[in-house]
Design a protein around this ligand. Structure first.
Ligand SMILES: [Zn+2]
Length: 133
């Protein structure tokens, strides 16, 4: 897909997420002091106040938490219908990531999902996406 709406991938808190995606890895931020997953990613832990955080590799599998199907086209680069999904990571369910599926796929709550990586244009960011496993 050639997308004209691109995520800002140079943000201090999220650049590591997009850098890993460009390498074909899915990561999430976690606190080294108490182990909590930190999503959205931050460099300070709201659970223990710790300032030691690192990106951890995720397996790239999750469970479907929620979804909605868009029936009316909003932007010319995203023809409707398409379905937006919210997926919880298997190893850190508090980390919920979004994805987009074409059309109106048959989905059920808690179904197994698998990440894949979508390059957004020539030299653009790479976005983790989800599909049924
Ligand atoms: Zn912590």
């Amino acid at each position: 897909m050639t997308a004209t709406i691109l995520p800002f991938d140079q943000d201090r808190d999220t650049a590591g997420f997009f850098q890993a995606a460009a390498e074909g890895r899915l990561v999430y931020k976690a606190c080294d002091d108490c182990g909590h997953a930190l999503h959205p990613p931050t460099d300070h832990c709201p659970h223990c106040g710790g300032a030691h955080t690192t990106w951890r590799d995720a397996r790239g599998t999750g469970r479907l938490h929620s979804w909605t199907t868009v029936m009316h086209q909003i932007h010319p680069d995203y023809p409707a219908p398409y379905t937006l999904v919210v997926v919880e990571l298997d190893e850190a369910p508090e980390v919920r990531l979004m994805g987009r599926l074409d059309g109106e796929p048959l989905l059920v709550p808690e179904m197994a999902m698998q990440v894949w990586f979508e390059p957004l244009g020539e030299g653009g960011p790479v976005l983790p996406q989800w599909k049924p496993a």
